[in-house]
Structures are given as C-alpha cells and as structure tokens.
Design a protein around this ligand. Sequence first.
Ligand SMILES: [Zn+2]
Length: 293
Amino acid sequence: MEEVALVYKHPQFCIELRCGTCNGFLNEQTRCCNACGYMYREEDGRPVFIDPADMSAALADQNSDSENSFKNFFKRWPRLYRFFVYLVAPVLFSGLSAKRFLDELPAVPERVLNIGSGPTFLHPNALNVDIFPFPNVHILARAERLPFADETFDVVCSEQMLEHVRQPANVARELIRVTKKGGLIYTATPYMLPLHPSPKDYSRWSIDGLHDLFDGCRPVKSGVLNGPVSGMLIVMAGGLAMIFSFGWTPLRKINNYLFMLLLSPFKLLDYLYAKLPGAEDVAGGLWTIVQKP
Ligand SMILES: [Zn+2]
C-alpha cells in the first residue's frame, strides 16, 4: 500500500507537513511519524507541533508578566493593537516592513512563510506560524524545528522574532532549510531597544551580525527599520522611568508608559533622520534580505 503524506490546506496552496521532532514523514492514515513515532495533533482545527508541556510553560512565562498578558489580550484585535502601539510607542516604523517587501517583489511569491507571525496578515500567500494561538495563526510550531520539508517556501519573513529565541543560529539554519534555492529571507530585528520580553528577549544584532547569522546566504539588501530618533527615545523613556522610580518597580512601569507617551510625537523626526547616512549605527531596528544560493 502506498503511503500518503499528511498535507495542510492553506486557502492558497497545499503543503506537506513533517514530524515536529525529527522532520520525518508524517503518514496521512496513521497521523504518526514513520521514523520516531511522533503523533500529529490538532487544536481548534490548527496543526500543533509543540508539546503540551512546552506550550503551557511558554504560556505561563508569557502570562507571568502582567504587561505581556495585557498586550496579548489586545492582540485579539490586531488593528486596535497596532493603532495603540502607534499612539504610545515612541518608535516609528519608517523602513521596509515585511509587508511592503512582499508587495514590492517583482513576481508574486507562491508560498510565503511568516514565522513568529503573531496575528499579522502579511500576504494572501503567507502561512502564519507562531508558538501562541493568536488569530490568523495557521500552524503552531517552534522556529527551531519547523514541520516542513526542505525547500518549501519561496520567501520567508521574520519580523521581531529572532531576538526572542534561545538559539538564533539554529533558527536561522532552519529558516534557510525550508527556503527554496534562490529564495529570499527577510529579517527585521531591534537594535537600540530596551529589553522587551515576549516571553523572553535574548539578543541584538548589527547588519553584519544578521548576515553572519545567515551564513552561506548572499546579502541582497539591508536598511533601517526604526531610525535613530526612535532608538534614542525608547531608550530614554526606559532610562528616565528607571531613574524616577527610585527602585519601585510598579512606578517604573507606569513611568515608562508616561515617558513613552510624552516622547512619542518626536518619533516623526525619523521620517527624515532614518534616511541619513550613519542612521544604521544608532538605529532602533534594522532589516536585511538574504538569498539562499
Ligand atoms: Zn519523527
């Protein structure tokens, strides 16, 4: 009897799902991995490749921080959340976003992976993968071990995700693995930005650091996502909040929002300053595009 691979039906395409542990073949009939016996499961109609224990640990981590639970509550309404962030955060996203990068590609990419998607809708052909069950997330999986075969996607996008993973070099290798030969990988990460646990925050990179992470790929283009004024303002808000909290954490958190709100309008200066030479040395955030050979 011929074995049939387990397939996920995205509105625009079908893709083969692989084992969440060893990337082995998942049998459609037995719903198990032929190599290691991993059993495929679904929750609310979504494929889940995260162990229940890992999942509850991540959720507990995320909810242990009241600020994060507050943010995640509002992520149920992505537009409202984005508007709220635009109003309060002193950070302007003036550079090339993943959405604009996809919209400006000369040819429409058939299959796009948006890893660490949150509730963001980037493109009709984007498959959203996250560790949390936000709206618009198609598949729940870890970036370290993606449940896809090699060379599945034309384009892979990760926005503000790599700083939240423990072993970014392993994740970068995994993103390269699922990208087709000649395919593009867009990455955006913060640079001059205070700690923002979601649920954890581990790393920062320069453009050279990002290229080093995607070792073996060809750097195509890079630039400033959040300009120098944004970087300065958000660090300043965090610094002032800390100084004027006199060691009392609840006051520091309130101060942080107050200073952010106060400084927020000045971010508009980045429409100018983010474009000037030297901006990337002190930028709030950076983006890069690399191509798999
Ligand atoms: Zn397996």
